[in-house]
Ligand binder design. Structure first.
Ligand code: SIN
Length: 280
């Protein structure tokens, strides 16, 4: 497959683009440069019909930065940086089925996350993404001024079951790491993207428990407004998966939500996260 026919087709008016004309197993530096530019511009990229060994998938991921570790699950046997997410036909909950930005309860949350589809239902199991730049840009001046002085406190314990449950599997099927504990981190409610310089709203319903210095009850009226504001349809895109689809999203300016509408069917995804910096 030639790298010269690379195309970037926006998926919605907000964020997301489908990249065509590229074989990620054989991507070269020049093509990656164009992919990375598109990643910064569109915030989440989708590639279809890819055939990747774990080694090729890891090599593509490493182009984005050093690989991170998911704190609550062991990785694939022999490839610990790849976490397998499975929903079996008998299961009714799914992993990541709430709007969230990945692991904001860590001091240095991941810069980016990749998901590679191995097995998908005939219909359903799409993933939604939301543009947190637009979420910030469409707030009033008054709300933006207030948020400038606020930090959000994220906790891994807030909705732990909906984000982990029993959907994380390693090659040995021993998914939980020893003694998982509740992790907490405090980050600005609005962060500046370190590469684009743009401001992005940085709170999410799955992990942001409250504002620093305030109780949860005091924080919730504002947080709930922001959670709903950020995921208005006009600020989102939706991706329909097929085996061989790969997505990479920028956690510094997006949220996502895995739609749980395929009970009775199997969905298997392989996930890799890329190390990030402390949000500022
Ligand atoms: C995730 O939240 O990382 C999983 C998203 C998905 O399975 O679509």
């Amino acid at each position: 497959m030639t790298q010269t026919t690379l195309g970037v087709e926006p998926l919605s008016g907000a964020l997301g683009a489908v990249v065509t004309g590229i074989d990620l197993a054989r991507i070269d530096d020049a093509a990656f440069g164009r992919v990375y530019e598109a990643f910064l511009e569109h915030q989440v990229l989708f590639f279809r019909d890819q055939t990747l060994t774990p080694e090729q998938y890891l090599a593509f991921a490493r182009r984005f930065g050093a690989l991170a570790d998911y704190p609550f699950a062991k990785g694939l046997e022999g490839h610990p940086a790849i976490t397998v997410i499975v929903k079996e036909p008998h299961q009714t909950s799914n992993f990541g089925g709430m709007w969230h930005t990945d692991t904001t309860y860590q001091p240095d949350p991941p810069k980016a996350t990749m998901l590679y589809a191995v097995e998908t239902p005939r219909a359903g199991g799409d993933t939604l993404f939301a543009d947190m730049y637009r979420a910030y840009d469409t707030l009033s001046d008054g709300m933006r001024a207030m948020l400038a002085g606020l930090d959000g406190v994220s906790s891994s314990g807030l909705h732990a079951s909906s984000l982990r449950a029993d959907h994380l599997k390693s090659g040995s099927m021993q998914s939980e790491k020893a003694a998982p504990k509740v992790l907490e981190a405090t980050h600005p409610a609005v962060r500046t993207h370190p590469e684009t310089g743009r401001s992005a709203l940085y709170v999410n319903p799955a992990h942001t428990a409250r504002f620093a210095g305030m109780t949860r009850a005091e924080s919730l009226p504002i947080l709930e407004y922001l959670f709903a504001h950020a995921v208005q349809p006009e600020l989102t895109c939706r991706f329909r998966w097929a085996p061989g689809s790969l997505a990479v999203w920028d956690n510094r300016c997006t949220q996502h939500c895995a739609i749980n509408d395929y009970d009775g069917h199997r969905r298997v995804m392989q996930r890799i996260t890329i190390q990030g910096d402390a949000p500022a």
